[in-house]
Design a protein. Structure first.
Length: 255
């Protein structure tokens, strides 16, 4: 069973103490592909420390919406410079976040549009963070969608209608630990949406799935999300692993 964790911040200092053990548990759980969305420019330097003979790492470049606290001079130029490089597979993570602060919403929206423009220019997917901003996020994606924009709604937590709208806009949806939470309701929504647009993710070290909720998240825990999705889709976990991994390869154009 081969699993792909399509959204993991394994480069953060949360893993400094036991990174080798985290790698070992990931491999033992079947994780062979880990995709690394950036938070800021420094993220790319941190990603360089990640290396393991049995895991392939895929880097992305972008500025997290919570890091947009005003205008970012030369954002488009710098983003284009990074994302044009062949070892960068995605643009982001970007998006909107109205949970932590609504002080810089106009700047967040401009940043999101810049990320979308760059993603279209380099033909790579945009990774979308969304927290309490679904309507604005999807409206912007609809305006930016000219047939050339592809991407993923990271940490999907929307309604069935919002999920279908995302599908119509050409987005995949990232299924993470929230789908295992008993009272979140995401599981009921995921059950109604097509598996063909789903990819698995951890968002480690955040959003740890049951039965480890409250602990630090890590790539090996993606197996619990795969098992939950298998239950919802009435398939076995190996089938879920195969389909979601192939979906990830298709989205990120991995041969």
């Amino acid at each position: 069973m081969i699993l792909a964790d399509t959204h993991c911040h394994l480069y953060l200092n949360h893993f400094e103490e036991d990174l080798d053990e985290v790698f070992k548990r990931a491999v033992n759980s079947g994780v062979r592909h880990i995709f690394l969305p950036a938070i800021d420019w420094h993220s790319l330097e941190q990603m360089e420390k990640l290396n393991h003979p049995e895991i392939t790492f895929y880097k992305m470049a972008g500025i997290h919406p919570c890091d947009i606290k005003g205008e970012r001079p030369a954002l488009e130029e710098k983003l284009m410079e990074y994302c044009s490089q062949p070892d960068i597979v995605g643009v982001g993570e970007t998006g909107l976040d109205y949970y932590w602060s609504k002080e810089h919403i106009p700047e967040q929206k401009r940043s999101l549009r810049i990320h979308c423009d760059v993603a279209k220019a380099v033909n790579k997917p945009v990774i979308l963070h969304n927290r309490e901003s679904t309507s604005d996020l999807l409206d912007i994606i609809e305006e930016e969608q000219d047939g050339n924009l592809k991407g993923v709604w990271h940490c999907f937590s929307g309604t069935v209608d919002e999920g279908k709208r995302a599908l119509d806009l050409g987005l995949y949806i990232g299924i993470g630990g929230v789908a295992t939470f008993k009272n979140a309701g995401v599981d009921k929504v995921v059950k109604e949406l097509p598996l063909e647009i789903m990819i698995l993710e951890t968002d480690a070290p955040y959003l740890t799935p049951e039965p480890h909720r409250g602990e630090r998240n890590e790539p090996s825990y993606i197996k619990y999300t795969a098992e939950k999705l298998a239950e919802l889709k009435e398939l076995n976990t190996k089938d879920i692993a195969k389909v979601t991994t192939l979906n990830a390869f298709r989205l990120f154009d991995i041969n």
